[in-house]
Design a protein around this ligand. Sequence first.
Ligand SMILES: Nc1ncnc2c1ncn2[C@@H]1O[C@H](COP(=O)(O)OP(=O)(O)OP(=O)(O)O)[C@@H](O)[C@H]1O
Length: 329
Amino acid sequence: MGGLGIDLGTANTVVATPEDGVVFNEPSFLLVREKDPHRALAIGQDARELVGRTPVGITPVRPIRDGVIVDLESARTFVTAVIKRVAPHRSYGLRPNGVISVPAGATPLERRAVLEVGHEAGLRKVGLVPEPVAGALGCGINPLEARAHLVVDIGGGTSEVTAICFGGILSHRSCRLAGDELTTALYQYLRAEHKIVVGELTAERAKVGTPGTPDGQALVVEGRDAVTGRARLVTLEIEEIVEALRPTTTGIVQTLTDCLEDLPAQAIGDVMSEGLLAIGGGAMLRGLSQLLEESFGFPVKTAERPLTCVAEGAKACLEHPEVVAAYSS
Ligand SMILES: Nc1ncnc2c1ncn2[C@@H]1O[C@H](COP(=O)(O)OP(=O)(O)OP(=O)(O)O)[C@@H](O)[C@H]1O
């Protein structure tokens, strides 16, 4: 059976299909003409690259904030363009079915907005699944078994901590301390401590690290001196980055603590023996899994593919509608 598993994220949108796996994995950005907001000029990476250098009359839009749709019209334009991009090459028939992930804490109104956008963007049947449930499924965990699983999803806009068991949510907490906030914290640290102003993309690169370089290697960051305005380089040791981000990561630890406090004792036993599953791009932050293990004393397993496991789980739901049905309320 065909169809699309869709993770509509604040930072990235990922689409997976049963036939081909991940077929779209790009930033949730859209570029439109102000006079014609229904037509996408560019989406994803192409649109993201133009941020900060768009000509007059053209606007970059992020239709998703904190995991939920903030602008129905641009979300519809964005999702329609994404489906057009991934669907023509495949034999889905005219209107593919879709399962879309939503934050576990989404309100009924926010869930309805996603359903509406899915239908209007051309999907035939649309199912919704909570992100931690999809993420767990995408990592090979059965979210219907009679055993508690604790999932932390550190995305672009929010960190969500959710305990799931037997088709239901045991406890859930979320905070707005996630990838975007970590990037902002690093930007502010560089300005305050090193008197250097960097671009958003530079701060993001410093947070993520350079692919292919060893984890402990220092980073050289380029920016503008806050006083003289001249270009300047700063070398940042990894330990310094970890410390600069400490106030934000401590907030994420607090959210986990709050969620654990709501858990029944029997479920705590499951979590102690099985540990915590960390998903979302922020789960790859250097030093984070060690911090969580030190704070809670149980193992932390970072997903093998933290950025795509939610879409892969949503795709798996196409073949397991019982998961969508169980977690639909
Ligand atoms: N190696 C890395 N280290 C730290 N952060 C990373 C790394 N790779 C990606 N990120 C961050 O992960 C975030 C994106 O994660 P993800 O795609 O899971 O979020 P999202 O699903 O779009 O957001 P949300 O769940 O809030 O809607 C970005 O802030 C990005 O900077």
